[in-house]
Design a protein around this ligand. Structure first.
Ligand SMILES: C[S@@+](CC[C@H](N)C(=O)[O-])C[C@H]1O[C@@H](n2cnc3c(N)ncnc32)[C@H](O)[C@@H]1O
Length: 176
C-alpha cells in the first residue's frame, strides 16, 4: 500500500470506528506493561510507542510516572482521540504524526514498543526502512508484537505478515 493511501486508510478507521468496534483495543495493555516493568526503567527513560494509535499504554505509563513518553502514529485522527481522552495530561506526551518508515528520530529511545504495526510492513523496502530507523534509535529494549503464523492473515482489512518467533528473531538479529 502506498504511503498516502495508508494514511487515508487509518484516518478513515479512526474517524468511523470507536475503540469497542476494532479488534485491537485493550482496556489494560497487560502484556506490554509486563514487559516494560521487567526492564526496570528509570522514570526518566525515553519510551516510544510506535503505531500507538489511541491505545491506552500511554495513559498507564503517565500514571506510573514516566516522564518521557512519545507516541507515534500515521493517523492524526488517532492521535487527536488519544489527546482528547487524556485531557491535560496530553501535554506531557511527545506526539508524533508520521509514517514510521519516514520517522526521523532526533534522539535515542530506551524502550521501543510496537504492538501490531510492524506486521503491516509487508513490502521488503518498508521493512528495511523500519529496521534501519529502529537500529539507530532503539538503544536498549524493544518490544515488537505481531500476529503469529497461527493468527489472522489480515488486520483492519489490510494484509499482514505473520511471524513465527524464529522469523521475528531473525529480522531483529542484525544490528540490535
Ligand atoms: C492494529 S492498530 C494497533 C494500535 C495500538 N498499537 C494498540 O495496540 O492498540 C495499528 C496502528 O498502527 C498505525 N499504523 C499503521 N501503519 C503505520 C505506519 N506505517 N506508520 C505509523 N503508524 C502506522 C495505525 O494508525 C494504528 O494506530
Amino acid at each position: 500500500m502506498e504511503l498516502n493511501s495508508r494514511k487515508e486508510h487509518w484516518n478513515n478507521v479512526y474517524s468511523k470506528k470507536q475503540p469497542h468496534e476494532v479488534s485491537w483495543t485493550q482496556e489494560i495493555p497487560e502484556t506490554s506493561l509486563k514487559f516494560i516493568h521487567s526492564f526496570k526503567l528509570k522514570k526518566s527513560a525515553k519510551i516510544i510507542d510506535i503505531g500507538g494509535g489511541d491505545g491506552k499504554l500511554v495513559d498507564y505509563l503517565l500514571d506510573e510516572g514516566f516522564e518521557n513518553v512519545s507516541v507515534l502514529d500515521i493517523s492524526e485522527k488517532a492521535i487527536e482521540r488519544a489527546k482528547q481522552r487524556l485531557g491535560e495530561k496530553a501535554s506531557k506526551v511527545n506526539w508524533i504524526v508520521s509514517d514510521v518508515t519516514d520517522f526521523q528520530p532526533t534522539h535515542l529511545y530506551d524502550c521501543w514498543h510496537d504492538r501490531a504495526t510492524f506486521h503491516f510492513l509487508t513490502r521488503k523496502s518498508d521493512l528495511n526502512k523500519y529496521l534501519s530507523i529502529a537500529r539507530k534509535a532503539a538503544s536498549s529494549f524493544m518490544i515488537i508484537g505481531t500476529f503469529s503464523d497461527k493468527g489472522p492473515k489480515k488486520c483492519s482489512m489490510l494484509d499482514v505478515h505473520q511471524y513465527t518467533e524464529v522469523e521475528l528473531q531473525e529480522q531483529l538479529q542484525n544490528g540490535f
